[in-house]
Design a binder for this molecule. Structure first.
Ligand code: ZN
Length: 199
C-alpha cells in the first residue's frame, strides 16, 4: 500500500513539475498508459546477479508506435533492437564491477484496449485536438540478466541510452537490493545515476 501511494504521489509531482500542456497526455497517464519521452528501468541486484527490465514507449526508441510498415521504419526497429540487445552499451557500468550479459530479450508490445475504450479514446483525442496515431501505442520491453564479479562496485550507471534514442527524455529507475528499494529519476540533462549507499 505504501509503495502504491508513493508511486501515485511521484506521478503527481512529475505532472506538476513539468505541467504538460496536453490534456490527452494527462488522461493517458491517469489510465496507467505510457507517457511519451519517459520510460522505466527496474534493476534488481542479488549477490553478483543483476536483473534489468526496461519499458519504453516506441516514440522514445524509434519515433513511432504503430507496426513498422515502410522499409525505413523496419530498419529503425531493427537498429533499435540491435542496440537494445547490448544493455552494457546503453547502461554503462563501472568496469570494476566486471559485469557481463548472460541473457537479453527484447520485445515490442502493444498496449491493449478493448473496442469501447478505443472509441472513447479516439473521441477524446479528437476533442482535444491531440494528434495521436490511433493504431496503437507500441512499447519496447527488454529484460536482461547480468553476471558480475563484484556487484558491490556498481557505484554508478551512465545512461548512454539518451545518446542512442533521440526521443527519450527521462527514465524512472527503481532499484531493489538487499538493503531495500530506491527510486530515482535520470534524464537527458542528468544521465548519470549515483548508486552509492543503495548497494
Ligand atoms: Zn503512446
Amino acid at each position: 500500500m505504501r509503495k502504491r501511494a508513493l508511486s501515485a504521489f511521484s506521478v503527481l509531482l512529475f505532472a506538476v513539475a513539468f505541467s504538460l500542456p496536453s490534456s490527452a497526455e494527462e488522461a493517458h497517464r491517469e489510465l496507467g498508459a505510457h507517457v511519451h519521452g519517459h520510460g522505466t528501468l527496474n534493476i534488481a541486484v542479488e549477490d553478483n546477479r543483476v536483473s534489468l527490465e526496461l519499458e519504453a514507449p516506441g516514440m522514445d526508441i524509434v519515433g513511432f508506435e504503430h507496426a513498422a510498415k515502410t522499409d525505413d521504419q523496419k530498419a529503425r526497429v531493427d537498429a533499435a533492437n540491435g542496440i537494445l540487445q547490448r544493455p552494457l552499451d546503453i547502461f554503462v557500468l563501472p568496469a570494476a564491477a566486471g559485469c557481463t550479459v548472460t541473457s537479453a530479450d527484447v520485445k515490442v508490445e502493444a498496449e491493449h484496449h478493448d473496442h469501447d475504450d478505443d472509441h472513447d479514446h479516439a473521441k477524446d483525442e479528437k476533442a482535444s485536438g491531440h494528434d495521436h496515431d490511433h493504431e496503437g501505442h507500441n512499447q519496447f520491453h527488454a529484460t536482461y540478466e547480468l553476471a558480475c564479479t563484484t556487484a558491490a562496485q556498481l557505484a554508478n550507471i551512465t545512461f548512454d541510452y539518451f545518446k542512442h534514442f533521440a526521443g527519450a527524455q527521462g527514465l524512472t529507475v527503481n532499484v531493489v537490493t538487499s538493503k531495500g528499494q530506491s527510486k530515482f529519476e535520470v534524464s537527458r540533462d542528468k544521465p548519470t545515476l549515483d548508486l552509492g549507499g543503495v548497494l
